[in-house]
Design a protein around this ligand. Structure first.
Ligand code: NDP
Length: 444
């Protein structure tokens, strides 16, 4: 049995109850085989792959909070510090009822390669809680965030671990978390990114993941003689990533006709009205039925259905494994020519393989959604300099980073004989730098 298969066997044995983590590790290790084969002796001697798949540490803690009726609830809080070979741990916090250690290990593992791909000196981590912010009052969310930070603050620092937002953690939550950190420590450290603009946040951070996704997609399309101009696109999700992906796609001349949340989806034949969507989701925090009320020409459907709408390009921007094999078959049958992941691992392994075999362009989230973490790192730089860059400066840097990522993953794929396979390219480009740094720093 080869080295990759030995390690995969062992990972399956040790993490049998964590399917998302196994899925992420399988995809990465499978696709870096060409590099591992060339360096097998060195990697084996250093137990490189075994170390790569084992988080540096996992911190788990109890988070008690009191609801508006005075009842106390207990959630679980986590921080997975996965790998700091190339810089301090960096990765978001997710508040969602589905959060457990396996989800955060998958996200932390992906984050290691994503952060490496940005070209910036940041390691990989992820954290969060099984707290569900849906339907909670601002005061409940604040009390939860304060309790969560009362434990987390012991383990983070501007040169050790810098969390940010993710599903269920946006500007409001980051503000409450940051306020509690300051209250506990009396320090104005850059220990969180995604902060408000009045207290150290960066312009364009809110837009960065969605905009970056479109900059990456645009470059990949250009490299393949295609463009977004006049094309019909479908987007899933209606959160931070989806909203700004839709906004940038429309600025680049595409028409986006769908979005969704966890209960239903919208088909808007005239193109999603981003101002209405922002009002529904960012201001009113309402369901998508409110979008339909404001846009009578649009259709609202309960359940899932975004992938059934014929399109040129698809952008999954909601959550992991939201695009399965049957969805992929429908997209291909309806003439879709490319899938660009905005969420983390939204496409199942089988669906990814089907999409690639069918000749569609496909970019993995760890590359195409890296604009968020890259801009978080730019926020850290601005905090360190005590300066704020203009929106145009940050946007230009974001675009540069995304264009570089597109070329780096394309070049890495080509170098190893997999031209056009951006999954292989992204994993190899991300891995090579981390592997070199891990070996150079000795065994730990
Ligand atoms: P948000 O919480 O802002 O939005 C998530 C969206 O996805 C909401 O519309 C939500 O609907 C929907 N959603 C969540 N779970 C499901 C589900 N099971 N089925 C259908 N819809 C669902 O999160 P983000 O936009 O920040 O994150 C979206 C994805 O992008 C995640 O995979 C995240 O890890 C990834 N990502 C985010 C980055 C960022 O900067 N924010 C950076 C890189 C990646 P509802 O409101 O009903 O729950």
């Amino acid at each position: 049995m080869g080295y990759v298969d030995e390690v995969l066997e062992d990972v399956k044995k040790k993490n049998a109850n964590e399917p998302e983590f196994l899925q992420a590790v399988t995809e990465v290790l499978d696709s870096i085989r060409p590099v591992v084969d060339r360096n097998e002796e060195l990697y084996r001697k250093n137990a490189l792959l075994e170390r790569l798949v084992e988080p540096d540490r996992i911190i788990t803690f109890r988070v008690p909070w009191t609801d508006d009726n005075g009842k106390v609830h207990i959630q679980r809080g986590y921080r997975v510090q996965f790998n700091d070979a190339i810089g301090p741990y960096k990765g978001g916090l997710r508040f969602h009822p589905s959060v457990y250690v396996g989800i955060l290990k998958f996200l932390g593992f992906e984050q290691v390669f994503k952060n490496s791909l940005t070209g910036l000196p940041i390691g990989g981590g992820k954290g969060g809680s099984d707290f569900d912010p849906h339907g909670k009052s601002d005061a409940e969310v604040m009390r939860f965030c304060q309790s969560f930070m009362s434990e987390l603050y012991k383990y983070i620092g501007e040169n050790t671990d810098v969390p940010a937002g993710d599903i269920g953690v946006g500007g409001r939550e980051v503000g409450y978390l940051y306020g509690q950190y300051k209250r506990l420590t009396g320090r104005y450290d850059s220990i969180l990114t995604g902060k408000g603009l009045t207290f150290g946040g960066s312009l364009i951070r809110t837009e960065a993941t969605g905009y970056g996704l479109l900059y990456c997609a645009e470059e990949i399309l250009k490299m393949n003689g295609k463009s977004l101009e006049g094309k019909t696109c479908v987007v899933s999700g209606s959160g931070n990533v989806a909203i700004y992906a839709i906004e940038k796609a429309e600025q680049l001349g595409a028409k986006v006709v769908t979005c969704c949340d966890s209960t239903g989806w919208i088909y808007d034949p005239d193109g999603i009205d981003v101002a209405v969507l922002k009002d529904v989701k960012e201001v009113k925090r309402a369901r998508l039925t409110a979008y339909k009320e404001a846009r009578p020409n649009a259709e609202y459907h309960e359940g899932r259905g975004v992938w059934t709408v014929p399109c040129d390009y698809a952008f999954p921007c909601a959550t992991q494994n939201e695009l399965g094999l049957e969805d992929a078959k429908t997209l291909v049958k309806n003439g879709c020519q490319g899938v660009f992941e905005g969420a983390n691992m939204p496409t199942t392994l089988e669906a990814t393989q089907y999409i690639q075999k069918s000749g569609l362009l496909f970019t993995p989230g760890k590359a195409s959604n890296a604009g968020g973490v890259a801009t978080s790192a730019l926020e850290m730089s601005q905090n360190a300099e005590r300066l704020s860059w203009t929106a145009a400066e940050v946007d230009a840097k974001l675009k540069d980073i995304m264009v570089n990522i597109a070329h780096n993953m394309s070049d890495a794929a080509e170098k190893y004989g997999f031209a056009g396979n951006y999954v292989v390219g992204a994993n190899i480009a991300g891995f090579e730098k981390v592997a070199e740094a891990m070996i150079a720093q000795g065994v730990y």
